[in-house]
Design a protein. Structure first.
Lengths: 318, 379
């Protein structure tokens, strides 16, 4: 069978019988095109590999607990601390050394992945949900709705993120959910603006008019006709939000208002280690920082590649 | 397309006006684009009503007013014996099943991120008619009916050619077997060979389902082939309306005459012999349309009455009630527009000034007709 039947399809009399081979011709599905571009991008492949590795490590963390017989919050006050009560360096016993309390740094870093990923994904989810809903409503409904949402975003942008986060944490106590919602709430504004801008240009399209002419309601036009067309931008921005959220969560924990101890958390660890670095306990600061850097870098590079793949013309966001 | 049947009137448009506000500053007075300015039409069931006119004459706006995509500034639209001009969005929904639209741009009118099956299935989804396997079956029937391969329902619009896409648009419009389909330049964006296929498809569907079409185009030969009746629009108003063949044999309005002379003739000898009427200037701005007859600044037959009085759309020169023209000085059969010179004040005219005879600055902007005229005579 050749590709010829595809050419015949134009004719008015073409029935189903003429085109048995048409399935063989790969269509120009926009998502497939993006995938093809992503697949040939070396940076994307490497960073994706790192992300997969990080996720796998987060899942198999208990396995390493079994191997080393060290729990994430287990304190080894005799072997895990030196004569002065400080952390011990990396060895066969503690692969990446211990922290100031004599806990296994390697195991804690592994368990820290879980918190980082959880916060990164959940807060990005909150951000995407809010950004898409507000952006679609502002862009499509326009008028008063747009003005109200725009003012609300202006107010949010004028609030200093850390001050609000600190205040809320002191008032209600730090918790995973507080961190997720504060991060999500403060990062949806840019996404809402991106979506709004896209929707304003898309709502002029004839297919929106066609939907109206068929009697479609506004919510249907927004979520069924317009949302798929802004999804590429949303995905790109979301993939760049994840590393931001991971860093944001670490920052909050660093300041002591994030995930409450003793839960293993990178920001918490970096914060503790900063007081010991000057005394030569380099591993205590180095390995959690490296984990944070590697994770955010991998997500960032992958996010950039996703953007290049979805929008080959290349444009700047935010 | 079909013989004019004396079917009842399915669509009656009375004095429809659509003005778009032009946003000005706080202290500036508000201007309006007079896109459609008092249009009356009646369309008979089972026929095709063609609307022609230049770009920007308001024909697409009129189409969107009939489909109630725009709210009317004033006027009345009666569809199938029911006034739909002031129906609320909710009350309009059931009516929308019976009035469908086919759009000009086969690329812009199909959502690029959705599969063809779901695009054609949209009418069912929106009105909650068929779902699941039933919807898929009906979508595939529609695709087959318009000459698309039903196996392709899972593809994206980008995987189809322009002609196929327009068939998708037709299938979507056909979903509920509407009574009226408004075709807004459905073939203007297509190759000529594909135009014929789509037009023939529309004709087949009309005879099969007894559809009524409003067919908008700027290509006179297409409209002539398709329509039972034709209305000519100029600057938001209807200048002439009659049966299709009559428009081409006995045009009354000088604007119609000029339009007809611009239709290409496929015979070079005949084309050379024929006199083309080239209108001077551009269409005036619809923000401040000319007084009286809107065509008077460009009309070779204009007299003072054309500047002051607006001509009514009525039978002229002993025509029957099926041939109306809005003109004080209608053309007789065989009359040559070249024999006429306008008899109105030159400040009322749009003067086309040959650029080479002018000083540099005047050649650029004959926007002010008085100045252009003065400088033109100096040179």
């Amino acid at each position: 069978m050749s590709a010829v039947p595809e050419l015949i399809v134009e004719g008015p009399g073409t029935g189903p019988a003429d085109v048995p081979a048409a399935k063989k011709i790969e269509g120009r599905n926009p998502w497939r095109l993006a995938y093809e571009r992503l697949r040939t991008d070396k940076a994307a492949k490497i960073s994706f590999g790192v992300i997969v590795l990080i996720i796998v490590l987060a899942f198999v963390a208990p396995l390493f607990t079994k191997i080393t017989h060290h729990g994430p919050n287990e304190v080894f006050s005799n072997i895990g601390q030196n004569a002065n009560g400080g952390p011990v360096p990396p060895s066969g016993l503690f692969w990446l050394g211990t922290d100031a309390s004599g806990r296994d740094l390697f195991i804690r870093i592994l368990y820290g992945i879980r918190i980082s990923l959880l916060v990164g994904v959940l807060s990005t989810g909150v951000s995407v949900a809010l950004g898409v809903v507000f952006g679609l409503a502002a862009g499509f409904l326009g008028g008063v709705v747009d003005a109200v949402i725009a003012r609300m975003i202006d107010v949010l942008l004028s609030l200093p993120f850390l001050v609000v986060a600190l205040t809320l944490a002191y008032r209600y106590g730090g918790s995973l959910w507080l961190v997720v919602f504060v991060l999500g709430f403060f990062s949806f504004t840019a996404l809402a603006r991106i979506v709004r801008g896209q929707v304003i240009s898309l709502r002029q399209k004839e297919y929106v008019e066609a939907a109206r002419a068929m009697g479609a309601r506004s919510w249907r036009i927004m979520f069924i006709d317009l949302l798929p067309n802004v999804m590429a931008q949303v995905i790109v921005y979301a993939s760049l939000l994840i590393p931001l959220a991971i860093v944001g969560e670490s920052s909050l924990s660093f300041l002591g208002v994030g995930i409450p101890p003793p839960t293993a958390d990178w920001g918490d660890m970096i914060s503790d280690a900063s007081g010991y670095y000057q005394f030569g306990y380099w591993w205590y600061l180095f390995f959690p920082s490296l984990a944070l850097l590697g994770t955010t870098l991998a997500f960032n590079i992958f996010g950039d590649s996703v953007r290049d793949a979805l929008d080959p013309r290349g444009s700047t966001y935010v | 397309m079909t013989v004019t049947t004396d079917g009842d009137v399915i669509l009656e448009i009375e004095n429809v006006v659509k003005h778009f506000p032009v946003r000005g500053g706080v202290f500036r007075r508000k201007d309006y684009v007079h896109a459609v300015d008092g249009v009356n039409l009646s369309v008979r069931r089972g026929t095709t009503f063609g609307i022609v006119g230049e770009t920007g004459c308001g024909k697409s706006t009129l189409a969107r007013c009939i489909a109630r995509l725009y709210d009317l500034t004033s006027g009345r639209i009666e569809f199938d014996g029911k006034d739909i001009s002031t129906l609320s969005t909710g009350k309009m929904r059931p009516v929308r099943r019976e009035i469908q639209m086919i759009f000009q741009d086969p690329y812009g009118s199909l959502n690029p991120r959705r599969r063809v099956g779901s695009i054609i299935g949209d009418p069912f989804a929106i009105h909650g008619i068929a779902s699941g396997a039933d919807r898929k079956k009906r979508v595939q029937e529609l695709m087959e009916r318009v000459g698309l391969n039903p196996e392709h329902f899972n593809r994206f619009p980008a995987e189809f050619s322009g002609g196929q896409r327009q068939r998708i648009g037709v299938a979507r419009a056909l979903a509920f077997q509407p009574k009226l389909i408004i075709c807004d330049e459905p073939v203007s964006a297509l190759d000529v060979s594909i135009q014929a296929q789509v037009i023939n498809l529309l004709a087949d569907l009309q005879s099969e389902f007894g559809l009524t079409y409003i067919f908008i185009a700027h290509d006179l030969s297409v409209v002539r082939h398709v329509s039972d009746q034709i209305a000519v629009m100029y600057l938001g108003k209807i200048t002439e309306v009659t049966r299709a063949e009559k428009l081409f044999t006995t045009a009354r309005h000088p604007y119609t005459g000029a339009l007809l002379s611009a239709v290409p003739v496929p015979d070079p000898d005949q084309s050379d012999r024929r006199e083309q009427i080239i209108l001077v200037g551009d269409v005036p701005s619809p923000i401040a349309p000319p007084s009286g007859c809107r065509f008077h600044p460009r009309c070779p037959k204009a007299v003072q009455q054309c500047v002051t009085d607006e001509p009514a759309l009525e039978s002229r020169l002993g025509d029957g009630p099926d041939h109306l023209a809005a003109c004080h000085r209608p053309m007789a059969v065989g009359e040559n527009l070249h024999d006429f010179r306008p008899a109105i004040d030159s400040s009322e005219r749009i003067i086309e000034v040959p650029g080479s005879l002018l000083p540099d600055d005047a050649g650029a902007a004959p926007a002010d007709p008085v100045r252009a005229q003065a400088e033109g005579s100096d040179a």
